[in-house]
Every structure is written in C-alpha cells, then in structure tokens.
Design a protein around this ligand. Structure first.
Ligand SMILES: Nc1ncnc2c1ncn2[C@@H]1O[C@H](COP(=O)(O)OP(=O)(O)O)[C@@H](O)[C@H]1O
Ligand SMILES: [Mg+2]
Length: 186
C-alpha cells in the first residue's frame, strides 16, 4: 500500500480494539467485497477476520485454517445481519501463484459473500475490481517474542487500511475512516 492509498492508520491496543474496528468495517461491507490482509504471523489477521465474522453475523467460528485453504461461514439468520453476506475466509499462505488461487474457485462464492484473504497480497487482486487492503503489524516489530500463556499480548497492533477501486470511490470512505479511527480509540 502506498501512502496515497492509505485511508487510515490505527493503533489497536488489545483485541477489543480490533473487534470494535472490525465491527464498524463490517457494517459497511456487502456481498462481493474483497479484503486482502497482510501481516506477519501473529500480527492479528485471524483475530481481525473473526471479529469481522461477528460483525457480519455469520455461523461457525473463524479459526486459523491449517489444512483447509478456504472456509465458508454462512450468514446466520439470527445473527447481526440477517440476510446479509456470508464470509469466505481464505488463507493463501501456502499458495504461490494466481493460478493456484484460481483453483479455489472463489469467484463462485464471491457474489454472495465478503471474501477475506490472509496473505493475499499479490495473489488475489485479479478476483475483483475493488478491494480493501489491510496491513497489520505488531508495534514492537515482528521479531519480538510473544508472551506465552496469555490469550493476547500487550503489544499494540498498527492497522493500515486502504480502499481501492470504483466500489470505494462511490462509497464515502472519508466518514468511514473517521468512524474506524474512533472505534480504535474507544
Ligand atoms: N490488537 C491486538 N492486541 C493484542 N494482541 C492481539 C491483537 N490482535 C491479535 N492479538 C493476538 O495475537 C495473536 C496472534 O493473532 P492471530 O490473529 O492468530 O494472527 P495472524 O492470523 O496474523 O497470524 C493472538 O494470540 C491474538 O490474541
Ligand atoms: Mg492467521
């Protein structure tokens, strides 16, 4: 993401801040949207996706895919957004080319879902005209040890978000970026 494309830079102090931000973003997402998540192991990509799933009101728990590359979470009719989009959660860590991405046949599920791809940068941009780019980074740096035995560590995450393409030029991303910044704070 170049600086010009970056719409907001947020500091997330704890997973609750991640949740608040993801819930606000989820409110602006609709079927067909593509999110590309970038960040080292432990940066918080799955945590963010899980919170997004809560915000979208989908079924099943969002977990780190180990062998499964792609998982679909259907909309929960009794969840936060009855009748809203499903969530397709993809981990592209083991994929190395756009051709391998195409083998997942994501285009069939995309129309009815919000598609989130961890490690998707450089691999999935061809799937949609527009996308949301999200970069997560541990403020202390990726090399710092994670404190064992705690659900979450004390290092804040830096989240950079960029809205790319015509879908987001139509939407007013200025007010949305403002809401995301507010959500990160409290
Ligand atoms: N904003 C945050 N503040 C503190 N800890 C976080 C935050 N986001 C995630 N974590 C913690 O970091 C660890 C790794 O998160 P995870 O989402 O699995 O990362 P990734 O999917 O990028 O590898 C988890 O223990 C999680 O609780
Ligand atoms: Mg992950």
């Amino acid at each position: 993401m170049t600086e010009a494309e970056e719409d907001a830079v947020l500091e997330l102090h704890g997973t609750e801040a991640t949740q608040r931000v993801a819930h606000v973003l989820a409110g602006s997402l609709r079927a067909g949207d593509l999110l590309v998540l970038t960040g080292e192991l432990g940066a918080g990509k799955t945590t963010f996706t899980r919170a997004l799933g809560e915000g979208l009101g989908v079924l099943g728990s969002v977990i780190s895919p180990t062998f499964v590359l792609s998982r679909i979470h259907r909309n929960d009719p009794e969840g936060a957004r009855p009748g809203g989009p499903s969530l397709v959660h993809v981990d592209a860590y083991r994929l190395s080319s756009a051709e391998e991405v195409d083998d997942l046949d994501l285009e069939y599920s995309m129309d009815g879902a919000v598609t989130v791809v961890e490690w998707g940068r450089g691999l999935v941009e061809h799937l949609a005209e527009s996308r949301v780019e999200i970069e997560l980074e541990r403020a202390v740096g990726a090399e710092a040890p994670v404190v064992e035995g705690s659900e979450e560590d004390l290092d804040p995450r830096i989240l950079r978000i960029g809205f790319v393409g015509p879908r987001w030029r139509e939407e007013r991303t200025g007010p949305l970026a403002l809401k995301l910044r507010e959500a990160a704070r409290h």
